[in-house]
Design a binder for this molecule. Structure first.
Ligand SMILES: [Zn+2]
Length: 312
């Protein structure tokens, strides 16, 4: 569970708790308005808000069990219900405003047809606003999740490499190799995550194959990487002796790979999403990277960027 998940669940629970405190007031409240012939009471708002918050806590809790596809999906449902819960109150207020405006306009025009048309127009505008608000919240939630996950992987990467160096200085070469391998795995996972790959990865071989397929690992790194993987397995399962040189070489390989991996992704100039460099189009003059779909949408992107005076 990352920090943001903890904060989110904490807030959802705090909101639910405050709702319980408000229950006696809601029970006695007579606040209500009519819209499309339906009476909307404060109790409706209360029930909707509580159910959505309850669902979000439930789905977040399920997502804590594991990090596989199903549980990640559960977290997405948690995000969906939580963002929907947050906009229930603005929806209720918006609908109230619509009911007031239509009532006023009905009085003004004295024509039920005009009133009905306006009612639907206003409801349409409100619907659009809700969908924008909802998308804004949901997209921001997902963005925050992504950056938190990347930070977590980078922290893991840094801790492992530091630990490996300390272990080498204390001559624990076999454990150092295991730590170096963890660093490499975290670095590859970070890059896969950056380019939007979030399917389940079964094991180390699977991880390396996907990275190869996504062109994240340079051809000349494949062999030393495979040797290091075998060495790490041997040190764990066969208890073989690791030399100081082998451990130092492993650190060097890890550092080289981390550097290369960090050089292999870039953000698209138009949509700002991150891609492997192999999947981006590059303009040598402006130095800009553009993803394939943005390049298709803007066939004259190179001229456009030149005209905008982008620095090379
Ligand atoms: Zn793009």
């Amino acid at each position: 569970m990352n920090e943001i998940d903890k904060i989110r669940i904490g807030f959802a629970l705090a909101l639910l708790a405050s709702l319980f405190a408000l229950q006696p007031i809601i029970e006695q409240s007579t606040i209500a308005y009519l819209l499309f012939g339906v009476k909307l009471t404060l109790k409706h708002l209360y029930i909707c808000f509580s159910i959505l918050l309850g669902f979000s806590v439930y789905f977040y809790s399920i997502s804590l069990i594991n990090d596989s596809t199903f549980f990640r999906f559960s977290k997405k449902v948690g995000n969906l219900t939580y963002s929907f819960a947050l906009i229930v109150l603005p929806i209720y207020i918006g609908l109230y405003l619509i009911s007031i405006i239509t009532r006023l306009l009905l009085k003004l025009f004295q024509n039920p047809l005009v009133g009905n048309i306006l009612k639907y127009v206003l409801a349409g505008i409100l619907g659009m606003l809700i969908s924008y608000m909802y998308r804004f919240l949901y997209i921001n939630f997902s963005k925050k999740d992504k950056s938190e996950k990347i930070n977590q992987l980078i922290r893991q990467e840094e801790t492992s490499i530091e630990r490996a160096k300390i272990l080498i200085s204390k001559r624990y070469y076999d454990i150092a190799i295991v730590e170096v391998w963890k660093t490499i795995e975290s670095a590859i996972q970070t890059m896969l995550f950056e380019i939007g790959y979030n399917k389940d990865i079964k094991n180390t071989i699977d991880l390396i194959n996907i990275a190869k397929e996504k062109k994240l690992i340079a051809q000349n790194t494949l062999k030393p990487l495979d040797e290091l993987r075998k060495l790490r397995n041997q040190s764990i399962h066969k208890n073989i002796e690791i030399t100081s040189q082998q451990a130092k070489d492993a650190i060097e390989l890890a550092e080289r790979m981390i550097y290369r991996l960090s050089q292999r992704v870039n953000a698209c100039y138009y949509c700002n999403r991150t891609f492997a460099r192999a999947d981006l189009e590059h303009d040598d003059i402006t130095g800009a990277y553009v993803c394939k779909s943005c390049a298709q949408e803007n066939p004259d992107w190179q001229e456009e960027l030149m005209a905008m005076g982008m620095d090379p």
